[in-house]
Design a protein around this ligand. Structure first.
Ligand SMILES: [Zn+2]
Length: 323
């Protein structure tokens, strides 16, 4: 279990606007881990107030993350199928933005389903994945995968037509620095496709939702603002499966002088929204079995639904063994 004293190396400056003025939202996260989840009083960005070195991050994602957070260490068949289905849904929603035969970079390709589909449709794909077992799986699908952290890769500048990162930005130690590097890797007027959990649509109780691996929690407003600061012009935004924010943005020039206090989120509205969500949250019913796997995923979304299904399978197996 990775734990961290939140007083150690406190990250007191907001990565989006630079302010150090923040308000506490919650002090416990998943697995009852002590966390300081705060919202910036200037721009509304929600983040954890501690810093992790790039070396610590790499060690964690290479060795611990998938074990602790239950993401496909053994990769059961139904989970792999669910990842494949998700990749196909993403491709059919996004292919209109992806030019034919383009150079596409996927950062954090996991098991490689999306990268393999893009490649099958004629894209020249390069991918990055820090977790070796997942990278090997992606390589077995024929994808060119660089194993390690994107921040450590030395890609030639201005090379890629499209950069894709699904659920990566919230894990980075500095979203601004990460997006600067993506910006550099893209050719002029290159396209960024990005997906993160949408803070305004949390899944599960907040004590489950907030977690050590997610250092940043974006709303549509703060994600758009970050993109504009770094030099992307958003051209499409949608809520996916009632929990994730997907944005497509074109590379332009950066604007670090945005009026963050005026165009950001109101931190009081964020605070009140999260606490009213927490107060009205109803735990899953013990009669979930009756819904079936499809019904559960439809009701809770793929991410949380798959976790519930995983638990139900374990309970069923335990009951069978007892008989
Ligand atoms: Zn801020």
């Amino acid at each position: 279990m990775v734990t961290r004293n939140s007083q150690e190396n406190p990250q007191t400056r907001c990565d989006l606007c630079g302010s150090s003025d923040h308000h506490l939202i919650l002090d416990r996260g998943r697995f009852n881990t002590p966390l300081q989840v705060v919202t910036c009083k200037r721009c509304g960005l929600v983040y954890l107030t501690y810093d992790r070195s790039p070396e610590e991050l790499e060690r964690f994602y290479r060795n611990e993350y998938r074990k602790q957070y239950g993401h496909m260490v053994a990769m059961p068949g139904w989970k792999l199928q669910s990842k494949q289905d998700q990749a196909e849904r993403r491709w059919s929603a996004l292919q209109a933005y992806v030019p034919k035969c383009c150079h596409l970079l996927e950062i954090g390709c996991a098991e490689g389903s999306f990268a393999a589909i893009a490649q099958a449709h004629g894209c020249v794909v390069s991918a990055v994945e820090v977790e070796p077992a997942l990278a090997r799986h992606a390589q077995s699908l024929g994808v060119m995968v660089y194993v390690g952290m994107f921040e450590d890769m030395r890609f030639p500048l201005h090379t890629f037509d499209v950069a894709v990162c699904f659920h990566i930005l919230e894990h980075t130690s500095s979203p601004t620095a990460f997006l600067h590097r993506v910006h550099q890797a893209l050719c002029s007027d290159g396209l960024l496709i990005i997906e993160v959990p949408d803070l305004m649509h949390p899944y599960g109780p907040l004590s489950h939702y907030f977690q050590l691996p997610h250092s940043y929690y974006f709303t549509e407003v703060t994600l758009m603002l970050l993109l504009r600061k770094v030099g992307f012009s958003p051209c499409h935004s949608e809520l996916v499966q009632d929990k994730d924010r997907r944005i497509v943005a074109r590379k332009t020039g950066g604007n670090p002088e945005l009026g963050f206090a005026k165009v950001g989120d109101d931190w009081r509205a964020i605070y009140n929204h999260l606490h009213s969500y927490q107060d009205s949250y109803v735990p899953p019913s013990p009669r979930l079995q009756e819904l079936g796997h499809r019904g559960i995923k439809r009701l809770f979304g793929a991410h949380y639904g798959n976790k519930i299904i995983d638990k139900l399978i374990k309970i069923k197996r335990w009951i069978t063994q007892k008989k």
